[in-house]
Design a binder for this molecule. Structure first.
Ligand SMILES: NC(=O)c1ccc[n+]([C@@H]2O[C@H](COP(=O)([O-])OP(=O)(O)OC[C@H]3O[C@@H](n4cnc5c(N)ncnc54)[C@H](OP(=O)(O)O)[C@@H]3O)[C@@H](O)[C@H]2O)c1
Length: 293
């Protein structure tokens, strides 16, 4: 019978608890530590071992998962573990931070003698260990390959590369896409409600199928952004901005167009710059200049 690895979890908020539970469910030997010790009680009842200190927790786990609120506190927390305890360990930090913070943390942890992976959890705690969840990782490839079994207990594991900043960057890019969709949904919901119609029926029968159909066009837009060639389009920007129908009708209905207005302004600017015959994907050029172009 193979002996399962020992994994430690530092930080038992709602996400850390879900991660520790997933490890227990997968049969790992789990040691837990939380700043407020009482938060570990439930996990201990479910089979986890309680560590009395950070260094005890770090020493107990071949893999050390860190999941606390603020990235700024992670370094000091791990340093409490001490160089001796950290040596030879793999630290997987799934606390949300920036790419720069991740790169600095990788250097700090490596200097303490451990390997480092940064993680971005694309799930809420209830989704952990369910098929729709995935977690982005970047940093040590060897650590990812060696401990992939542990990481797969949380969700589908996606390794993005050796630069530790890749996981947080992609995490934030995915959230940007999500908030864009939420913004569109909120504007659509306000318009429908302004006409006295139920938003639930509109959403299930019309909006969700429409968004699914429109998302089918994203790969082609992405290819245009990669190539810088926005010439092929069935919906030229000049046509799309010829009238501010969404803004005008929203105002007439008593709905604020403030979520849509910034995108419309960029589309108009792109047309004014001479790109009216091109597609909407070219708007990205106003947001970020491609260095090779
Ligand atoms: N929840 C989500 O939906 C979700 C989704 C994706 C990613 N995340 C990320 O997961 C991380 C944790 O989120 P959460 O939802 O678990 O938060 P949470 O429920 O608010 O728990 C926060 C945890 O951080 C600990 N903590 C805060 N400051 C600390 C410090 N200075 N030293 C040691 N421990 C400290 C808390 O300890 P105490 O119990 O002692 O206060 C607690 O265990 C965050 O970076 C978050 O962005 C969360």
């Amino acid at each position: 019978m193979s002996v399962k690895k020992s994994v430690s979890v530092l930080g038992l908020g709602s996400m850390g608890t879900a991660l520790a539970d997933a490890l227990l469910m997968a049969g790992y030997r789990v040691t837990v530590w939380n700043r407020t010790p009482g938060r570990a009680d439930g996990l201990v009842e479910r089979g986890a071992h309680r560590a009395g200190s950070v260094s005890e927790a770090v020493a107990a786990g071949e893999v050390v998962i860190v999941c606390i609120l603020d990235y700024a506190d992670v370094g000091a927390l791990l340093e409490q573990g001490g160089r001796t305890a950290l040596k030879g360990r793999v630290v997987v930090n799934v606390t949300n931070g920036s790419p720069e913070e991740a790169r600095a943390m990788a250097e700090r942890v490596t200097a303490l003698g451990a390997e480092y992976l940064d993680g971005g959890i694309m799930a809420v705690p209830e989704m952990i260990a369910r098929p729709e969840a995935f977690v982005l990782y970047s940093g040590s490839c060897e650590a990812f390959e060696t401990h992939r079994g542990v990481l797969d207990a949380f969700a589908r594991s996606v390794y993005l590369g050796a630069d530790p900043g890749l996981a947080p960057l992609n995490d934030l890019a995915l959230l940007s896409g999500m908030y864009g969709m939420f913004g569109g949904f909120l504007h659509a919901a306000a318009l429908v409600r302004s006409a006295g119609a139920p938003v639930a029926e509109f959403t299930s029968s019309l909006l969700a199928p429409w968004l699914r159909a429109m998302s089918g066009g994203l790969p082609e837009m992405a290819a245009q952004i990669d190539s810088g060639d926005y010439s092929v389009t069935g919906s030229p920007l000049a046509m799309q901005v010829s009238h501010d129908s969404i803004g005008d009708v929203s105002r007439a209905q008593g709905v604020s167009p403030e979520l849509f207005a910034p995108l419309f302004a960029l589309m108009k600017r792109r047309v004014a710059d001479g790109h009216g015959a091109e597609g909407i994907a070219g708007v990205v050029e106003l947001m970020h200049k491609h260095s090779a172009r």
